[in-house]
Design a protein around this ligand. Structure first.
Ligand code: SF4
Length: 111
């Protein structure tokens, strides 16, 4: 569904039928304040970009809202996990590299 900021996101749900006006993010869910979801977060959320770049079905995203000083500069932080390689994915746009091997310039220097 399209978010209020105009980007397609599979986790956004809005119900505007017959005067209703309910919106929710089904990835962040109902976190208590001050880390609660509001639709203005969709403007800067990295999730739609990640999903466009990597449609791997074994990639599981987790998102939470963080805020800076005095509750300002709220933003969505995303972490990713691969259920196939059973490891944390540092760059979810790229993936863990098990299903689709990574080119050398995208691999860490540790290897
Ligand atoms: S906050 Fe991010 S994940 Fe949630 S609905 Fe908006 S764009 Fe989608």
């Amino acid at each position: 569904m399209r978010t209020p900021s105009g980007v397609e996101c599979q986790f956004f749900y809005g119900n505007y039928f017959r005067g209703r006006n309910t919106e929710e993010c089904r990835l962040i869910g109902n976190a208590p304040p001050p880390n609660h979801w509001k639709s203005d977060l969709c403007k800067t959320c990295p999730v739609p970009g990640i999903m466009r770049a990597n449609a791997c079905p074994t990639l599981v995203l987790e998102a939470r809202v963080s805020s800076g000083l005095l509750g300002r500069f709220r933003r969505v932080n995303v972490s990713a996990y691969c259920t196939r390689s059973k490891q944390k994915v540092d760059k979810p746009e790229i993936g863990c590299g098990l299903c689709h091997s990574l080119p050398a310039f995208l691999k860490d220097d540790k290897e």
